[in-house]
Design a binder for this molecule. Structure first.
Ligand SMILES: [Fe+2]
Length: 384
């Protein structure tokens, strides 16, 4: 009897899922911006065959982008990651999703349902000749989508080139829907259909049984979660700073090697970024990371490990590389640590968890403006 009830319950749930009209239920939102590409992320409410059409630039007629692996177009899937490649720098494009569910998907008999087509959305590729760049940086909202919405409303998004989520946008990840509810759906609604965001993991994104699935939700133009973006005069280097406590801490259960991962990133910065002529010639060298590479006040005992190791591994490299500015998060407390603090030849700005940080990088320097969700201005200054 129990088995029959369980079966009926499952059947009811399945029928309910399919009773709702077929739709794009999350996204589209933009990731992986570059001077010649962009990636569209979205999910559909049922398994489907989905692709993205693009027009603009040199695409006189819409060009179709369909992810293909080993000869097979992606199909009968709900999660979609569609790279748009071969685009022109600093060019406006329009895109839309075309998606067809399946009525039947048998080995030799496939029947599609009715297609849906989303409205055209627009975006611009990054400008390879940009002399200025405006970032909106938010961090540590810890799954509070209402707070995120308020923070996104503080500065006008018009004129912002990139939004940066600098970690701890969730508390942990143990349900597939969590990233959507925590920040992705609000982002899609407010800006991310047309303006990409960079996503840096914090120490909370690394927690939970699905923490290894982040590539399904966010990405960079490389296959790594840390990346160097070269945008005209600006080099933006993003790090993936890992956990705050030592890898041997009991709650991690022996399942992580963030010390090794931080060392990997230090090697990458020294061997690939610092030797890259685009980095060397960049007038502005900005690093972004969740955990600051300095010891900030009031770190609980045992939680300074990440800060200390990042300090030891990265600060000598940042000094040698001529890093101009470091933007960090994690402390839940505003802090402006001037050039010279703890051996850093660059200022370290730590944004708190209730504030929006606008960063305008121009030939005149780096202007920063922080306003919290009470409307109070915490900082407005310009650094050379
Ligand atoms: Fe954090």
């Amino acid at each position: 009897m129990l088995k029959v009830l369980s079966f009926l319950g499952l059947l009811t749930l399945t029928m309910a899922a399919y009773a709702q009209p077929f739709c794009v239920d999350h996204g589209p939102y933009l990731q992986c911006p570059s001077i010649d590409g962009m990636t569209v992320y979205f999910t559909t409410s049922q398994p489907a065959f989905s692709y993205v059409e693009v027009r603009g630039g040199d695409c006189a007629t819409p060009r179709r982008y369909v992810p293909c692996e080993a000869g097979l177009y992606m199909a009968y899937n709900t999660r979609n990651v569609v790279p748009l490649t071969g685009l022109r720098p600093a060019t406006a494009y329009a895109y839309r999703i075309v998606s067809k569910p399946f009525k039947e998907f048998r080995p030799y008999h496939i029947v599609f349902g009715d297609s849906i087509v989303t409205p055209w959305e627009t975006f611009r590729t990054l400008d390879d000749k940009a002399t200025s760049l405006t970032l909106l940086v938010l961090n540590d909202v810890h799954g509070d989508a209402d707070r995120l919405r308020r923070l996104l409303d503080i500065f006008p998004l018009k004129g912002v080139d990139l939004v940066v989520y600098n970690g701890d946008m969730v508390n942990y990840h143990e349900q597939e829907s969590a990233p959507y509810g925590c920040f992705l759906d609000v982002s899609t609604e407010v800006f991310a259909r047309r303006l990409p965001f960079l996503y840096l993991r914090g120490n909370h994104e690394t927690r939970g049984c699905l923490a290894r699935d982040y590539a399904h939700y966010v990405g960079t133009p490389s296959s790594r979660l840390y990346h160097a973006y070269y945008i005209g005069d600006c080099a933006l280097v993003t790090f993936d700073t890992g956990e705050d406590k030592a890898d041997s801490t009991a709650v991690y259960a022996g399942l992580c090697d963030f010390d090794g991962y931080r060392e990997e990133q230090a090697r990458w910065f020294a061997e690939e970024v610092m030797t890259d002529v685009r980095f060397q010639q960049a007038k502005h060298k900005i690093v972004l990371m969740h955990i600051p590479p300095i010891i900030t006040p009031n770190i609980p005992a045992g939680e300074e490990h990440g800060n200390a190791l990042l300090h030891r591994l990265l600060v000598p490299l940042f000094n040698a590389a001529g890093v101009q500015y470091c933007i960090a998060a994690h402390a839940h407390r505003y802090g402006m640590y001037e050039r010279g603090t703890q051996g850093c030849d660059f200022p370290v700005l730590v944004n708190d968890n209730h504030s929006a940080l606008l960063v305008e990088i121009t030939p005149q320097g780096v202007a920063t403006h922080i306003i919290n969700d009470k409307g109070e201005s915490l900082q407005q200054r310009r650094d050379q």
